[in-house]
Design a protein around this ligand. Structure first.
Ligand SMILES: Cc1cc2nc3c(=O)[nH]c(=O)nc-3n(C[C@H](O)[C@H](O)[C@H](O)COP(=O)(O)OP(=O)(O)OC[C@H]3O[C@@H](n4cnc5c(N)ncnc54)[C@H](O)[C@@H]3O)c2cc1C
Length: 404
């Protein structure tokens, strides 16, 4: 059996970033994925401010210019009553807060970087179960080209996403249907009226989810919407019908799509949002990204937290090697750091998500953003993932937002 310091299962943003950070620090890492890269991942393709920070730490931000993407300088919101609020944003040095990049391109960019650093990568490896020694996880077994294969390591990093096997086998992070969104997306060509901003439209049929238009180079765009899984079931909602009707009939969008053409299949996938503290570490393993259900509960943004979790998991794993202790107690430091890094924003955004179940409150919130510079600045802070992320998390924010 081949033996490594660390096994990473899944080469998406969470796995590729964990593998890159650990390999850069000298660990012998194997990165396994069932897919062969480049591969698609159903997503809005929005790469936010928090992602940009980790890309910089990976030494990859300067290389983004070499891959196809569209820089984004802010966001446009609209509310169910049709109020539209553009919120432009740029960093103090003039650079964009984030960008839009097809996941087929972006994930391959991250995976190839990890591949250049890891001891070994294996594409087309299907992980099936953990190998255990007592209550310690000590490896992974699976199938490669139809043959069984096993790998051993001190730590297994579970980065296999919402449909992976690791969280299921561990019996953790199984989100209830009212804590998961179902999303659908397609690519369109020739969408009119796009600016260099992502667009988030709170339409009545999707609340507390939303309809999005994320511009890509040319007049192409990633277009989609997301609804709570519990609402999809309750309302017997058909995501494709809602998307098609919004584009064809909603007065805010129908003219913009009059000459647009869908250039891909409609694809749907789950978004496990972070509303309850996830279990992210145990004896000999950690969970990162969607395996730990880390998606923002309001904006649906998961790539930033996937990359952040990869960075923090790597930091804890390196410390565990120094102490030669791979127990749950040792690896739980990652759990604590992750919680400290994202819990403020998660709590706030879960509150906003709950408010957005009401069309009346959503109209009100977007209406305030239109009138109040204070509210717009607070949103800009969050887009920039500003260190000074104080306005939105200020306990007095709801009151200040009413009067300032
Ligand atoms: C419709 C939709 C829209 C979204 N829009 C956005 C957005 O605009 N911006 C944003 O930031 N986030 C968005 N998200 C969330 C984002 O896509 C995820 O949070 C992100 O992909 C998580 O990355 P990850 O690395 O944890 O998992 P993934 O990207 O899912 O990667 C998991 C990897 O594990 C591999 N794998 C799975 N099972 C196995 C196995 N058994 N053996 C080996 N390998 C395996 C898969 O092949 C895959 O490569 C969206 C999600 C959806 C569904």
């Amino acid at each position: 059996m081949e033996s490594y310091d660390v096994i990473v299962i899944g080469g998406g943003p969470s796995g590729s970033s964990t593998a890159a950070f650990l390999s850069k620090a000298g660990k012998k890492v194997i990165l396994l994925d069932r897919a062969k890269f480049p591969r698609d991942k159903t997503c809005g393709d929005g790469i936010s401010g928090s992602s940009v920070g980790v890309l910089k730490e990976l030494g990859l931000l300067d290389k983004v210019k070499d891959i196809e993407h569209a820089d984004m300088y802010g966001v446009t919101f609209s509310s169910p009553n049709g109020t539209i609020v553009p919120i432009p944003a740029r960093r103090p040095d003039g650079s964009p807060p984030g960008f839009v990049c097809r996941r087929e391109v972006f994930d391959n960019f991250l995976f190839q970087n990890a591949k250049s650093l890891c001891a070994k990568t294996l594409e087309g490896f299907f992980a099936e179960d953990f190998i255990r020694d007592g209550d310690m996880t000590t490896g992974i077994k699976g199938t490669y080209e139809g043959k069984p294969m096993e790998f051993q390591a001190k730590v297994v990093v579970c980065a296999d996403g919402v449909a992976g096997m690791t969280a299921r086998k561990l019996g953790v992070n199984n989100q209830a249907e009212d804590h998961q969104f179902a999303g659908i997306r397609a690519y369109y060509d020739n969408v009119e009226g796009m600016a260099d901003r992502i667009e988030i439209h709170f339409i009545k049929d999707a609340l507390p989810g939303y309809f999005w238009i994320f511009p890509l180079p040319g007049k192409k765009a990633n277009v989609g919407l997301a609804l709570l899984v519990s609402d999809v079931k309750k309302k017997k909602a058909n995501l494709s019908n809602i998307l098609n009707d919004t584009i064809a009939k909603n007065p805010v969008f129908k003219d913009r799509f009059a000459n647009a053409k869908r250039i891909s299949d409609l694809k749907s996938w789950l978004l496990p949002v972070n509303t309850r503290k996830p279990k992210a570490a145990g004896n000999g393993y950690v969970l990162v990204g969607d395996s730990a259900s880390l998606i923002d509960p309001f904006m649906g943004e998961g790539i930033g937290n996937a990359l952040t979790s990869g960075k923090l998991a790597a930091k804890t794993i390196l410390q565990a090697f120094k102490e030669n202790d791979f127990s749950e107690k040792s690896l739980s430091r990652y759990d604590a750091e992750l919680n400290a890094a994202i819990s403020r924003q998660v709590k706030l955004n879960y509150r906003l998500q709950r408010m957005a179940t009401s069309a009346f409150l959503t109209d009100f919130l977007i209406g305030r953003a239109k009138k109040s510079k204070y509210v717009r600045d607070a949103i800009t802070d969050s887009l920039l993932d500003s260190e000074d992320y104080t306005r939105l998390t200020d306990p007095l924010f709801p009151i200040k937002a009413l009067f300032l």
